[in-house]
Design a protein around this ligand. Structure first.
Ligand code: HEM
Length: 125
C-alpha cells in the first residue's frame, strides 16, 4: 500500500486564500498533492525506498487512502479484499513470476498500475 499505492496523487482547489507553513496559496490555486512521494518521505518512514512486508508499518502514517474529510470511504473494503485475494492468489497460482518487462500506466492523478505485465505460474488448487 505505502510502497506502490494505486492512487499516486490528488488535487485541491483553494476557494479562499490559505496560508500553510508560511506559504500563501491564493484563492483560485490548484494544488497537486503527491501521495506517492509523501509515502516515500524519509522524514516519516524508516528506509522509505525499501519494500519489506515483514516490517510492522502500522505506526507510520501513509497517504495511500488520502487524508482528512475525503479519506477513502472504501479503504476497509479494499484492505479486506486484498487480505482475501492475496493468499488465494498464492494458492491458485504457485510460483507466480514475472515473465518480461512490465509496462506501467502514466504516473499522475488517477489509478496507477501495470498496463501490461507478463507472468508465468504453475497450476494450483
Ligand atoms: C487500494 C484501493 C484504493 C485506493 C488506493 C484508494 C484511494 C483513495 C484516495 C487516495 C482517496 C482520496 C482522494 C482525494 O482526497 O482526493 C479516495 C477516496 C475515495 N474512495 Fe478510495 N481507494 C481505494 C479503494 C476504494 C474502494 C474499494 C472504494 C469503494 C468501494 C472507494 C471509494 C472511495 C470514495 C467514495 C472516495 C471519496 C471520498 C470523499 O471524497 O469523501 N475507494 N480513495
Amino acid at each position: 500500500m505505502r510502497y506502490f499505492g494505486a492512487v499516486r496523487g490528488t488535487m485541491r482547489y483553494a476557494s479562499t486564500d490559505i496560508v500553510y507553513r508560511d506559504v500563501l496559496f491564493p484563492a483560485g490555486t490548484f494544488v497537486a498533492i503527491g501521495l506517492a512521494e509523501a509515502n516515500r518521505d524519509g522524514n516519516v518512514f524508516v528506509a522509505p525506498q525499501d519494500f519489506d512486508i515483514t516490517v510492522q508499518k502500522s505506526d507510520q502514517p501513509q497517504l495511500t487512502f488520502g487524508s482528512g474529510i475525503h479519506y477513502c470511504l472504501g479503504q476497509a473494503l479494499a484492505r479486506a479484499e486484498l487480505q482475501e485475494a492475496l493468499p488465494l492468489l498464492a494458492r491458485r497460482m504457485p510460483h507466480l513470476c514475472l515473465d518480461g518487462p512490465t509496462q506501467w500506466k502514466p504516473d499522475g492523478v488517477g489509478i496507477f498500475g501495470p498496463a501490461h505485465m507478463p507472468i508465468t505460474f504453475d497450476p494450483g488448487h
